[in-house]
Design a binder for this molecule. Structure first.
Ligand code: MD6
Ligand code: FE
Length: 218
């Protein structure tokens, strides 16, 4: 599907396409026309695989609630981070990836310069005020030639986008409802994170931020 909002001419509007690296960008408002299809699909996924708080290998409980859909789902516990075909909480395969998630990710990746992105894993994160994501690399996927596509809904966040070393300087990028960040290629393994979410109320989602990150994991 091609969105008029991001037809080629529109893409030249610098306020919608913000480069944050050689092969990474923010697509402002890209997901807005999709929200009313994303949320019912999300509700179906969460009915099968509810949000849960995972423990890091170091023994810390993550502040964001996590779920997954797609052939592979992401899990963390004392044994490490990894992708699994089965949700350890239910013992069943992860919920299928909704077509609307897959299509949105493919469209956003194409606009960001990554044609034919085929996501097989979608991590879903729920942040309430105070929740954060520490600086990390997404490196559990098998193939780093595919980008990460990250969709933000609900309360705003400050996204930290660093370099290839944990100590590198970070850019602070405000993300709002409907924004998508894509990072891939030479930027695929850059450190990133999210500062604690500020208190607030979003008209559609209330006091929460939802983030979907789509990847080719397998
Ligand atoms: C974000 N999320 O919430 C960015 N990475 O804007 C992530 O970078 C992320 O939420 C790995 C696992 C879960 C995540
Ligand atoms: Fe990440």
């Amino acid at each position: 599907m091609t969105l008029d909002l991001f037809a080629d001419a529109d893409l030249q509007q610098p306020e919608r396409f913000e480069s944050i690296g050689a092969q990474s960008c923010v697509l402002r408002g890209f997901a807005l026309p999709w929200v009313e299809r994303l949320l019912p699909a999300l509700a179906k996924v969460l009915a099968q695989a509810p949000f849960r708080q995972m423990v890091t290998p170091g023994g810390f409980t993550m502040s964001a609630g996590l779920s997954s859909c797609g052939a592979l789902g992401w899990t963390s516990d004392r044994d490490g981070y990894r992708y699994t075909r089965v949700d350890p909480q239910s013992g069943r395969p992860w919920p299928e990836m909704p077509e609307v998630f897959r299509q949105l990710a493919e469209d956003a990746a194409r606009v960001a310069g990554f044609a034919h992105f085929a996501a097989d894993a979608c991590l879903i994160n729920r942040y309430v005020p105070g929740a954060k994501m520490s600086l990390h690399q997404d490196r559990n996927e098998r193939d780093f030639s595919a980008p990460v596509v990250s969709v933000s809904l609900g309360l705003p966040a400050i996204f930290l986008f660093g370099g290839h070393e944990r100590g590198d300087k970070t850019q602070r990028i405000p993300l709002f409802h409907g924004d998508i960040v894509v990072w891939g290629g030479v930027d695929r393994l850059r450190f990133h994170g999210v500062l604690p979410i500020k208190d607030g109320h979003h008209p559609r989602l209330g006091a929460e931020r939802l983030n979907f990150t789509l990847r080719t994991a397998g």
